[in-house]
Design a protein. Structure first.
Length: 256
């Protein structure tokens, strides 16, 4: 698979795991960005015009402390697009992060240190004002609670240290898959950002693999399998240790 095909396929595969359903025009745009025929920022500016923000309404007085990440009175994330519907936000967010992921995969210097804050800022800088910043609220999904805010800095420092240690190592695929599974299990448990953890974490793994001379192919990973692994890896207690085993099988197959 050529570089253009691989970048587009990887970008689409990672976003499909997150629920994106791309149209043919999305494939064409990503390919043009990879070839350098389409400027990423220009494309996103034109794409944003499809969802003009609504006419501002007079704000009603609301009592109580506002949720820091949500539009007042809603469950929708505050966003830089100015949109107020889940459908518009999802469309713009997916296209923004997909275009910027393709750009990152093409142009990211191989010797640049990997930091998830930089990755997150690159992917979501056009969507959220807090892109690149660790979350400041507790987070849970269903019955599972992610790492507490107080432990994010230390836990992610350990993740970054291990990523730096692995860079340039000549590891066989089985050993590298084991190391990646351990890193991602911890990262998934911490869930350091309010939104965009999956796409950011995928780029972290791809970047580590590339620095070890390997290619990580997400195209063969199904959304249901990845989410099942994420759930199964979570400890029963917030202060417990995440299990790498659910991710190991998937990453073993995806590493080349």
């Amino acid at each position: 698979m050529g570089t253009e095909e691989h970048v587009v396929a990887t970008t689409v595969a990672v976003h499909r795991i997150e629920g994106w359903r791309p149209e043919p025009e999305h494939f064409d745009a990503l390919a043009a960005i990879v070839r350098g025929e389409l400027d990423c920022d220009d494309h996103l500016a034109a794409y944003r015009d499809r969802h003009p923000p609504p006419v501002p309404q007079r704000r009603r007085l609301r009592l109580g402390r506002p949720a820091p990440y949500l539009l007042p009175g809603t469950t929708l994330l505050r966003n830089e697009f100015g949109v107020t519907t889940a459908e518009a936000l999802a469309d713009l967010e997916y296209m923004t992060s997909a275009a910027r992921m393709a750009e990152w995969l093409c142009r990211q210097p191989p010797d640049q240190p990997l930091d998830v804050r930089d990755i997150h800022r690159h992917l979501f800088g056009g969507a959220y004002a807090w892109a690149g910043h660790y979350r400041t609220v507790e987070l849970r999904r269903g019955k599972h609670s992610f790492g507490s805010v107080s432990m994010i800095d230390d836990a992610m420092a350990a993740v970054h240290d291990r990523a730096r240690q692995l860079a340039g190592e000549d590891l066989d695929p089985a050993r590298l898959a084991y190391e990646l599974a351990r890193i991602y299990a911890v990262y998934n448990q911490i869930h350091p950002f309010r939104e965009g953890n999956g796409r950011t974490g995928a780029l972290l793994l791809i970047g580590i693999a590339a620095r070890c001379g390997r290619r990580l192919d997400f195209a063969g990973i199904e959304r249901a399998d990845w989410y099942a692994a994420a759930i199964d890896s979570m400890p029963l207690r917030r202060d417990g240790r995440a299990s790498h085993r659910p991710f190991l099988y998937l990453l073993n197959r995806a590493l080349h």
